[in-house]
Every structure is written in C-alpha cells, then in structure tokens.
Design a protein around this ligand. Sequence first.
Ligand SMILES: C[S@@+](CC[C@H](N)C(=O)[O-])C[C@H]1O[C@@H](n2cnc3c(N)ncnc32)[C@H](O)[C@@H]1O
Length: 255
Amino acid sequence: MSEDNLASENYWKASEQKIPGSTRIPVDELKKFLDNKPGMVILDLGSGEGRSTQALKESFPEAKIVAFDLNHKGLEKTISDVSGRVQGTALELPFANESADGVVLCGVLTNITDKDPQKAVEARKKVIKEIARVLKPGGILTVSDFNREHNLSHYPVNYSRHELITNELGTIAVFDPMAKITFQDKGDKEVALLAGSPYLQRFAHHYSTDELTNLAESVSELKIVKHSAEIGTTPSGNPIDTIVATFIKSPKEAP
Ligand SMILES: C[S@@+](CC[C@H](N)C(=O)[O-])C[C@H]1O[C@@H](n2cnc3c(N)ncnc32)[C@H](O)[C@@H]1O
C-alpha cells in the first residue's frame, strides 16, 4: 500500500460519525491497575457507538460505566444498560473533581486537531487537564491511539508531506476516497494547495510515545506507568501501529 492510499483512505468520517474502532480497547490495563470494586466509576470518553463501553461493562460489571461523546447518534446506539450516557466535549467535562476511578480514551485523541496547530496542542492539553481534574487520586487513564512510529506495520505515511497541508508534523490530511487524491504526482506547492480542496474531510493526529507522555506529564499530575506499541487496523482493514499508554494520577500523600 502506498502513501497515496493513506491520503485518500476512508478513515471513519467525522461528519457521519461512522466508527470503525480500529485501536485496541485497553481494558487489560485498567484491570491491572484498578481493583474491581462495586461503585467504581469509569468514564469512556469519546465512546462512539459504544464498542469500548460494551467491553468496559463486560470487564467491570460492578462499576458505573459512563459513555460520553460529542455526538448523540453514537450514544443512542450505545448499550442501554450502561450507567450513563452523556453528550459533551472532552475539553470541558461535566463531571465533578476527583469523581472517576478510571478514564478510557480509545481512538479519541487522534481527533483532537485544528487548522491552527497551536490550537490543536492547546485543545489536547485541555483534554488531559480535564481528565486529571476528574480522576480520583490514584485513578487511571488509559489511552489507545495511532502511533506515529510505524516499526511493526511499516505503514507508509509521509508525515512531512501531510504537514504541508496540516501545518503540524504527525497530523495527516484525510480526503474523500472517491476523489482518489494522490501526492505522488504533485510537487510540494501543489500538495500544500490541497489544504483548500473540497475533498479534504478532516485531519487526524498520530502520536509518538514521547509526545503522549510529554503531553500528559507537562500539564497534569498524571505519570506514565505502562506503554506498548501494537498492531491495530485502519478503517479499511490495513495493519497500522498503535500505542496503548497508561497513566496514574498521583495518590494523595498521607498527612
Ligand atoms: C474512533 S471513535 C472511538 C469510539 C470508541 N471509543 C471505540 O473505541 O470504538 C472516536 C469518538 O470520539 C468522539 N470525539 C471526538 N472528539 C471528541 C471530543 N472533543 N469530546 C468528546 N468526544 C469526542 C467522536 O465523536 C467519536 O465518536
């Protein structure tokens, strides 16, 4: 598969909220770091159509699992026996301080992008700060997302050419696949002009482990405790590297 397949590939379309769920749901990490006690609260932020919510409910039957998403259509499809379905943005969580034992971000951070890369970075920091605020001391955040380092899949992405459009290294431009847009036949100037293409559907950010760690540790008291590089699948079924990273909020020190 060439870089051009990626440029024109049909990742899930933000406009249609079609959720392929192509990164692993990090339930094992939550189980490793959280005791499964009744009354536990786990927030599934960016729950989509409820794939991750369902897996969390199966792994933590005693817990209160809250499905949370920007989009109401996905929430409506989410299993009805979850303890809550809440619509809103992860940039301003409608949850109380220190109210959650666990937070899952599965395939969500990749969507936190902006035409202005500075705004994109600020938005990601805001999401992390909000998560750190709502987590209890000792609470766990697990992130499962696309990896910028393609050591396992050798998935070909020319990030510097995408940067000509997105202005941010690691952020790719996703075009309508019907338009069959390729970079191969274009010089850099022509690629940059695709920023104005009517076929440009959205941006998606791919993370390195260092970027994810620095993002969390620079703005919050979250500390990374485990990470792994794994193979996931793109929406069109191709293998691609993913990261699963787990963070703990510092427990309260004894007085
Ligand atoms: C790829 S889906 C992941 C769905 C689910 N977690 C899974 O693994 O199947 C990403 C979801 O994140 C949601 N999302 C994107 N930005 C968000 C934000 N700022 N706040 C809340 N949800 C957001 C989208 O609406 C979409 O449903």
